[in-house]
Design a protein around this ligand. Structure first.
Ligand code: MV4
Length: 517
């Protein structure tokens, strides 16, 4: 095992990796920007190195400085976390070329999965089912039209260099095709510097189900089962769970074998995730592979009992996986809610400020993977995800109830957060039935958020004054957590809650923050 590892990230994931290091007896080195000098990951690590000013392009994304820092402090390996440098082929290569170990896949595997068309070709060659469509870029609208006719409308135009839904357009009929192709090309060019676009049959109403894989350097590749990630908005996941209500043991085995085949074909090593669409008839299609540890990895850890981050380190250090595929099965149910500094009731506008008060849930089956503490400054330089609240219970119904209970215990004061929104989701009967697919959240949004009432001088002031008398210690005017009935017991319709305007809130667009993962 390594004696010292540099953690090339910030926030909750840096803390997660630091904890794994400590449990393995490995010394950890944090890197930080000027904005993060007082951040928890800097204090928790054994050492810390400043890598530049607040903007990530000048600090956390400076691979050269990160590698230089690792060499200076004598770290043997670098864990990239997610986002930032985690999926940059050039960074994985630089780390290796400088004689250090990249705790993740080989650069060749990152490259193999980096282009969507290349990944499709690789998948097809490996016998992995993909959505019907092309495997090379379209030449022109005429070719697109011919292929769309062949597969039948609706079709989906996708950027070859894509990911995260950028450069994607649904085409419902022939007469929109040419202009939507132009739009997809323009967006792809802007986002990835590459206007190559290909076409797939559009799958209607699917779920987003992904398979966690873990492979060592000795030829073992395992599936750790699926995560259901359909509860997302604009390609940002909000809630993830494991297992998925839509996946039977037989389907789990098929999807697992398929994911392992795709990973092997890419020469994959370490932790990775194969994304699938699961359609209404139970058919599944490989979409792409994420060549990093993912935000939602804890739900898999909780149902498999396997510490993914510890194993990432052990695999990178050359250890062999000691598990057999047959002994890995989901036990119980895990759910994760992403606690973000966004205001769901105002179009998920990012909220900034100082964390004035924080009360973290605890008790049976509750895990908090957080990156904030009282006094933390939440700005706009980095991703708005403050923490992940994860619960485990013997079955899904009890996991939902436990998450609801844990969310009630959570208090974050100083910024707006997604907490109340998550409470409403836990109270939603469609969610509770597991009747979710990738469009569910957007369709259900009107019943899950409260739109701010129009300015109406005196009335608003009077209502606000009355409600302020009932302010709880979270500073919110929603019913106090002790007033909220337990779930399954005629829970209140949370959409009747009223929240006052947040005096700390500064208007800013999420787009200003840049890519998320
Ligand atoms: C699709 C699809 C429907 N049909 N492909 C979105 C991002 C990228 N990873 C793939 N995506 C999709 N590809 C076909 N042929 C629907 C989506 C999609 C989606 C996928 C996963 C999670 C959320 C999504 C939200 C909207 C669309």
């Amino acid at each position: 095992m390594f004696s010292k590892v540099l953690v090339a990230n910030r926030g909750e994931i840096a803390l997660r990796v630091i904890r794994a290091c400590r449990e393995l007896g490995v010394r950890s080195v944090a890197v930080y920007s000027d904005a993060d000098a007082a951040a928890p990951h800097v204090r928790e690590a054994d050492e810390a190195v400043n890598v530049g000013p607040a903007p990530s392009a000048e600090s956390y994304l400076r691979g050269d400085r990160v590698v230089e820092a690792a060499k200076r402090v004598g770290a043997e390996a670098i864990h990239p976390g997610y986002g930032f440098l985690s999926e940059r082929e050039w960074f994985a290569r630089l780390v290796r070329d400088e004689g250090l170990v990249f705790i993740g896949p080989p650069p060749e595997a990152i490259a193999a999965m980096g282009s969507k068309t290349a990944a499709r070709q690789l998948a097809i060659a490996a016998g992995v089912p993909v959505v019907p469509g092309t495997t090379s870029a379209l030449r022109d609208a005429a070719e697109a039209e011919r292929i769309a006719q062949e597969f039948g409308y609706p079709v989906l135009l996708k950027a070859a260099a894509g990911g995260g839904g950028k450069g994607m357009r649904v085409v419902r009929e022939s007469r929109e095709l040419a202009s939507l192709l132009d739009a997809a090309r323009r967006e792809a060019k802007n986002a990835f510097g590459d206007d190559a676009v290909y076409v797939e049959k559009y799958i209607v109403g699917p779920r987003h189900v992904e398979i966690q894989v873990l492979g060592d350097q000795h030829g073992t590749m395992l599936s750790l089962g699926e995560r259901e990630c359909s509860v997302q908005r604009r390609h940002q996941k909000m809630i993830e769970e494991a297992p998925s209500v839509a996946v039977s043991p037989e389907r789990r085995r098929q999807m697992g074998e398929t994911a392992v085949r795709a990973a092997r074909a890419a020469g994959y090593v370490n932790a990775g995730t194969c994304e699938f669409l699961l359609d209404q008839d139970g058919r599944f299609y490989f979409l792409e592979m994420n060549t990093r540890l993912q935000v939602e990895h804890p739900v898999t850890e909780l149902v498999t009992g396997i510490d993914l981050v510890q194993w990432q380190l052990r695999i990178a250090a050359g250890e062999q996986l000691p598990f057999a595929q047959e002994e890995i099965g989901p036990r119980g149910w895990a759910i994760e809610c992403r606690i973000t500094s966004e205001d769901p009731d105002n179009g998920f506008l990012p909220s900034t400020g100082r964390i004035e008060y924080l009360h973290v849930p605890s008790g049976p089956g509750v895990r908090w993977d957080g990156g904030i503490e009282i006094g933390s400054e939440v700005g706009l330089h980095y991703d708005p995800m403050l923490a992940k609240l994860i619960v485990w219970a013997p079955d899904r119904e009890r996991a939902v109830e436990r998450m609801h209970r844990a969310l009630l215990e959570l208090t974050v004061q100083g910024v707006e957060t997604s907490r109340d929104f998550h409470l409403r989701v836990m109270e939603d009967d469609e969610f509770r039935r597991g009747a979710i697919e990738i469009q569910w959240l957007e369709r259900r949004l009107p019943t899950l958020v409260k739109t701010t009432p129009p300015e109406n001088g005196v009335l608003v002031a009077a209502v606000a004054a009355a409600l302020l008398a009932h302010r709880d210690r979270s500073g919110r005017v929603s019913p106090g957590k002790n007033d909220r009935p337990a779930l399954g017991n005629g829970g209140t319709n949370a959409s009747e809650d009223v929240t006052p305007a947040d005096p700390w809130k500064q208007a800013a667009r999420r787009e200003a923050i840049g890519d998320r993962w």
